[in-house]
Design a protein around this ligand. Structure first.
Ligand code: 2IT
Length: 447
């Protein structure tokens, strides 16, 4: 297998699908050497099969807005790979959603889910529906119309969607309500990220952020460092940023920045519990403006329009928002301001140039598919509880989340330790995830 050759073929087949090609390139580069030591993989054309989704559903979603106008969006579900279990992955509602974005996310999800140690295949879905400025009633009507198409293709043992950008507990509620109505199936396990009274797992809302900080602690420990007293810059203010801010603060770090599409809030004294709670209000408002934090807490947060979180000096950078949100220039600015660690929490949050810069300039770096896997892992734990018809305690879920993040860190160390003793977490995560899926595909024949 030669990465260059496969990428050329893929780019010719899927022109213009930039994010998808970027995600595949990153994985193939890391696994090429290991792959080529396995002629049986080459013979079964594992890579050629693994880079294409099993299938994609595309559908029209039509709904009526509060003005009585008919609105039409596109909906998708990309079922990427089921070699190790039923399809599993979130739904993203964002105006920029397109097949390339969902293919990149589904591809990443496949390896991430493999890393969790749980039996889940990879999928992703969503719509170009833009939640910004929408009322609750509009969100509900959209979710219902979306499920009207999707319900045929999902199920507790086939494909289990969850949230992602633009889809949280509220949206999962509307989607689940409509699913039950249409399918006449009342098993609680067809979606994850549910509310606590209808099958949700305690700690699932916090899990992506909490898991990211547990991973960060392991990474720092491995490097002989500690998180206590360190300054942390976080991008975004959604569900993931909220959990990360909470856990970072609890572990003794100081969160000095959060950001949004409109700019950044610097928080020199560190984020407070009241501010963390207010992040939930900001998300529920659908305004998508981080300036609201500075308006609410003028003595604590200073808003600068048009700037990213990476302009605020910090020890540790945690991208928690969107793909490619941290460029090579941002990486240089971070380093110049004293940053020495970046744990990517968003999926593919860092551009390739930024990762390359971090890795060659002494900045510890770990990729999203390892760092953020606590979210989907806790979805897996939610599925288990649903199948048992039981709810575990917070302590039980948190203990398992801890164990899973520790195991992911161990896998990265096992497959990513270099000749000079340093750890390449990108390589480690990609090789560990790939080997598991590849072996599962090989043993199940040419299908
Ligand atoms: O990117 C992700 O891992 C998610 N959005 C969570 C997926 C899930 O099924 O919980």
């Amino acid at each position: 297998m030669k990465t260059e050759v496969i990428m050329q073929q893929l780019a010719a087949k899927h022109p213009g699908e930039a994010e998808y090609l970027q995600a595949v390139q990153e994985v193939l580069e890391s696994i090429e050497e290991v792959y080529n030591q396995h002629p049986e993989y080459e013979k079964a054309k594992i890579v050629e099969r693994m880079v294409e989704p099993d299938r994609i559903f595309t559908f029209r979603v039509t709904w009526i807005d509060d003005q009585g106008q008919v609105q039409t969006n596109l909906g998708y579900r990309v079922q990427f790979n089921s070699a190790i279990g039923p399809y599993k992955g979130g739904l993203r509602f964002h105006k920029a959603v397109n097949p390339s974005m969902l293919k990149f996310l589904g591809f990443e999800q496949t390896f991430k889910n493999a890393l969790t140690t749980l039996p889940m295949g990879g999928a992703k879905g969503g719509s170009d529906f833009d939640p910004v400025g929408k009322s609750d009633a509009e969100i509900m009507r959209f979710c219902q119309a979306f499920m009207l198409e999707l319900w045929h293709n999902i199920g507790v043992d086939t494909d289990v969607p969850a949230g992602d950008v633009g889809v949280g507990g509220r949206e999962i509620g509307f989607l689940n309500g409509m699913y039950q109505k249409l399918a006449r199936q009342y098993h609680t396990g067809v979606l994850t990220g549910k509310g606590m009274t209808w099958g949700g797992s305690i700690l699932r809302p916090e899990a992506t952020g909490y898991g990211a900080l547990y991973f960060t602690e392991h990474l720092l420990h491995q490097a002989g460092k500690s998180i206590v007293g360190k300054t942390v810059a976080i991008s975004g203010f959604g569900n993931v940023a909220w959990g990360a801010a909470q856990k970072a603060t609890e572990l003794g770090a100081k969160v000095v920045a959060i950001s949004g599409p409109d700019g950044v809030c610097a928080i020199p004294e560190g984020i407070t519990p009241e501010m963390i709670d207010y992040m939930l209000v900001m998300r529920a408002s659908n305004r998508n403006k981080v300036q609201d934090m500075a308006d609410k807490f003028p003595a604590l947060a200073q808003f600068t329009p048009g700037k990213k979180a990476w302009s605020v000096p910090c020890d540790i950078a945690l991208p928690c928002a969107f793909q490619n949100e941290l460029s090579e220039d941002d990486a240089k600015e971070l380093k110049a301001n004293g940053c020495w660690c970046c744990c990517e929490v968003s999926n593919m949050g860092c551009q390739p140039g930024a990762i390359h810069y971090f890795q060659h300039n002494g900045v510890l770096f770990a990729p999203g598919k390892a760092v953020n896997a606590g979210g989907v892992a806790t979805s897996g734990l939610e599925m288990t509880q649903n199948c048992e018809h039981l709810s575990w305690t917070a302590q039980e879920v948190d203990t398992r989340l801890h164990q899973i993040m520790e195991s992911i860190h161990e896998q990265c160390v096992k497959f990513g330790t270099q000749a000079d003793g340093s750890i390449d977490y990108v390589k480690g995560a990609n090789i560990a995830g790939f080997m598991k899926v590849a072996q599962a595909m090989l043993e199940q024949g040419i299908v």
